[in-house]
Design a protein around this ligand. Structure first.
Ligand SMILES: C=C(O[C@H]1C=CC=C(C(=O)O)[C@@H]1O)C(=O)O
Length: 311
């Protein structure tokens, strides 16, 4: 019988599979799903490393993105103390499932706190979050037909949900760096399969880049930079004091370069000199927003934007 892993730690994979279709996430058509992000399943992961450190930070970032764009959020969660009848063949594969322990059945604390008030948490009984739930009905009731999938496990419930959504004519988008699995191969398998057969694989930055492309909407750079800093400090999804010097918060030069890289991935290039002159989250967010609006780099380094400062 398979068992849930422990201390899972791997570098997040990407997929080399080219999108089979040209679907694009449209915030007006999409619903964001947090799939089974319960403490019971997250216990499989080493919280201080990837994948789960980045994944939880990205899910938190996507919750902010959804809030900015009015994208409905739904969550799924499996119940504790399932009966043999209710559980069916799952027992043969996975044993009795979640115990009757509320602290394990609960959604991950930092995410639960960040959920919009009134978020529906659907009770899930099989791999697919569409099975014996009203997920598809809720998507239709919102007048939407796209499902952005985050959570665990990528090649089990996330993949099954993507396939079921596809078969119900809902466009699934699997977020490569907002899902996690038992290991990198299984994670990659899910990305490749969805990209080939039923959906589109996106990255968190792709969704936020769409934000940048719609500068008129105004990107919540304080929320975004805070989320990135929390992630880099190893405490994804937790609040960051936006008025305290980043280096006092614990950001060392390596993490600072990581922050610059993540901001660069979101479409805005600044360099270490900028970071030193804008030492808090609030200052940096203001600088990034101004740089984005100007559509230019503030780099003081000669040559390619920021290259000298990052050498
Ligand atoms: C998180 C998931 O739960 C399944 C996978 C492993 C163990 C399970 C269980 O104990 O019931 C679930 O069937 C998923 O569907 O991706």
């Amino acid at each position: 019988m398979p068992t849930l892993p422990s201390s899972v730690s791997y570098q997040l994979p990407t997929t080399d599979v080219a999108p089979a279709v040209g679907w694009q996430v449209d915030p007006a058509r999409a619903v964001l799903l947090l799939h089974d992000l319960q403490e019971y399943f997250l216990a499989s992961f080493d919280p201080a490393t990837d994948p789960i450190r980045t994944v939880l930070g990205n899910v938190r970032t996507l919750l902010d993105w959804a809030h900015r764009h009015g994208v409905p959020v739904l969550a799924s969660a499996q119940p504790g103390a399932q009966t043999a009848d209710s559980r069916g063949l799952l027992t043969d594969f996975w044993g009795p499932g979640l115990p009757d322990e509320p602290e394990l059945v609960a959604l991950h604390g930092a995410l639960a706190e960040a959920l919009p008030d009134g978020t529906v948490v659907m009770t899930k009984h099989r791999y697919s979050a569409t099975e014996r739930t009203d997920l598809l009905e809720r998507i239709a009731a919102h007048g939407r037909d796209q499902l952005i999938i985050t959570g665990v496990y990528a090649s089990i419930g996330c993949l099954a949900t993507a396939l079921a959504a596809f078969m119900a004519d809902v466009q699934p988008f699997l977020v490569a760096d907002a899902v996690a699995d038992f290991d990198r191969d299984d994670h990659r398998l899910a990305l490749d399969w969805v990209a080939r057969r039923c959906g589109v694989v996106v990255r968190t930055a792709d969704l936020l880049a769409a934000d940048t492309a719609h500068a008129a909407t105004g990107v919540d750079w304080i929320g975004t930079v805070s989320g990135l800093v929390a992630e880099l400090l190893g405490r994804p999804g937790t609040p960051v004091d936006t008025d305290v010097d980043l280096f006092e918060l614990g950001l060392d030069s390596v993490r600072a370069m990581g922050l610059l890289d993540r901001i660069d991935e979101l479409g805005v290039r600044i360099d270490m000199v900028d970071l030193i002159t804008a030492p808090t989250v609030a200052d940096l967010a203001e600088l990034v927003a101004a740089t984005e609006q100007a559509g230019a780099s503030t780099s003081t380094a000669a040559g390619p934007a920021g290259a000298g400062a990052r050498a």
